[in-house]
Design a protein around this ligand. Sequence first.
Ligand code: G4F
Length: 331
Amino acid sequence: MKRALITGVTGQDGMYLSELLHGKGYEVFGLVAGQNNPKAELLAKSHPYVRIVSGNLLDLVSLIRAVADSEPDEVYNLGAVSFVAYSWQNARLTSDVTGGGVLNILEAVRFYQDSSGKAVRFYQASSSEMFGKVQDVPQRESTLLWPRSPYGVAKVFGHYMTINYRESYGMHASSGVLFNHESPRRGPEFVTRKVSQAVARITLGLQDGIALGNLDAKRDWGFAGDYVEAMWLMLQQDEADDYVISTGETHSIRELLTIAFDEVGITDWEPLVTIDPRFMRPAEVDLLIGDSTKAREKLGWKPRVEFDELVRMMVRSDLELQAAAGSERSS
Ligand code: G4F
């Protein structure tokens, strides 16, 4: 039985990846930070097969212990401060966790390999946010990185640190440059879920409208369930490498709104949306569209869920959740 340790296990990707690995017969360990972490309780209920280990990406000693205790064949580093807008207000924390945390977990893995003699394969969750002010359209593995947020800068550090550990120590360390990936499990601070939740609440008469920032930004949005499969495939290769994971399509926030409102039969959505400067970013990433040819050819990976289907799936899920919360409130 293979063993995997996942950091960020309580997040959207951590949950999908746990399910994938459990389905493949892995023993899954999940790193959880903090005392009485409510997310750990929820995970224990929804994913009882995940063995929770305590540790924090800021604390190297805790990581050394977590890796030694879980004796992993594979480590997936998904943990991060991941909300781009938040990273301007918390640049130091974002740099420490999202950037410095990668160095800590790489060191913990290296220390474990050296002391146990066991080879460990490592996955780093890099991000299309690293492309920032894009220098190629579409963006591929060779595209120059030009991050536009403290989060993007921190991800660049983690990305190059992963490559450096591969080149310096021969570690099987791969980096997945994942474009935006969403699902009904997405946090409500991200624009896709913010929209799907608002559309559901407007439909049920619980909310009047939605306040958003830049409607013209374009993203290459895929389904998180498809993207975790790419992570796993990277670690099954003989050689570690870096891969762009994307759909190859780009859509604006306006298109997202059109599909989300269409799912509930609203075509004229503009009166329901207000532009609020609070949601504008100091520096925007205007256009992301990825070229995942390398992953498709070498890993045999391809996305299965299309954008239209993804948005409708999220709206339907939020309609169910909001309706269930409503009947709980009235009972
Ligand atoms: O949904 P978002 O917050 O995602 P963003 O910033 O693209 O980052 C996500 O994808 C990255 C991969 O490229 C990940 F690395 C990262 O961790 C995260 O998962 O914003 C998407 C776009 C932005 O252009 C933003 O300005 O939507 C625009 N937007 C417009 N109004 C808004 C809003 N975003 C949010 N969150 N909230 C708004 O009201």
